[in-house]
Design a binder for this molecule. Structure first.
Ligand code: FES
Length: 157
C-alpha cells in the first residue's frame, strides 16, 4: 500500500482508538491525524483509513466530504477559511472574502501559484460574537475588516 502512518502517528492512532468504546467512533480524530501526516485526504488515504478503522471506504468518504475541515486535494501552507454563516454574513463576511480574493488573485477553492494560500468558505466556527471572522490553519482571526485582513495576510509567510 502506498500510504501508511509513520511509527509516531501509529502510536497516536492506537492511543486515540483506545479512548473510544467502539473503534469507528474515533473516525474524526483519526482522519484529522491522517490529514496532519499526509497533508490532505486523498483516495489512497481514505482507503488506508478504511482498512485501519475496519469500515467501508464509502463511510470514510461520507465523513470526509461532510466536514469542511478535511481537504481532499493539496492545499496551500495557509488555509484561509472565512465563515459565511448568518452572523458573519450580516457583519460583512462577503466583503472580507472579496478583499481576500482581490488581494491574492484567487477564487474560492483555489490556491495561490506559490502554494502560500488556499481560500475556502466554511460554516459557523462558533465565534459569532466576534464576526466577521476566519480561521487560518488552527488560528482564529476575528473582528475582521477589509483593511486589517490584508495586513493579517501580509504577516503570514
Ligand atoms: S456565524 Fe461566523 S462564527 Fe458563527
Amino acid at each position: 500500500m502506498a500510504v501508511k502512518f509513520s511509527d509516531e502517528s501509529l502510536k497516536k492512532f492506537e492511543a486515540i482508538v483506545a479512548r473510544y468504546p467502539q473503534k469507528n467512533a474515533a473516525m474524526l480524530p483519526v482522519l484529522y491525524l491522517a490529514q496532519q501526516e499526509f497533508g490532505y485526504i486523498s483516495p489512497e488515504v481514505m482507503e488506508y483509513v478504511s482498512q485501519i478503522m475496519d469500515v467501508p471506504v464509502a463511510r470514510v468518504l461520507g465523513v470526509v466530504t461532510f466536514y469542511t475541515m478535511f481537504n481532499t486535494k493539496p492545499i496551500g501552507r495557509h488555509h484561509i477559511q472565512v465563515c459565511r454563516t448568518l452572523p458573519c454574513a450580516l457583519a460583512g463576511a462577503e466583503r472580507i472574502t472579496g478583499a481576500i480574493k482581490e488581494k491574492l488573485k484567487i477564487g474560492l477553492g483555489e490556491t495561490t501559484p506559490d502554494g502560500r494560500f488556499t481560500l475556502s468558505e466554511v460554516e459557523c466556527l462558533a465565534s459569532c460574537g466576534t464576526a466577521p471572522m476566519m480561521q487560518v490553519n488552527d488560528d482564529y482571526y476575528e473582528n475582521l475588516t477589509e483593511k486589517n485582513v490584508g495586513e493579517l495576510l501580509d504577516r503570514l509567510k
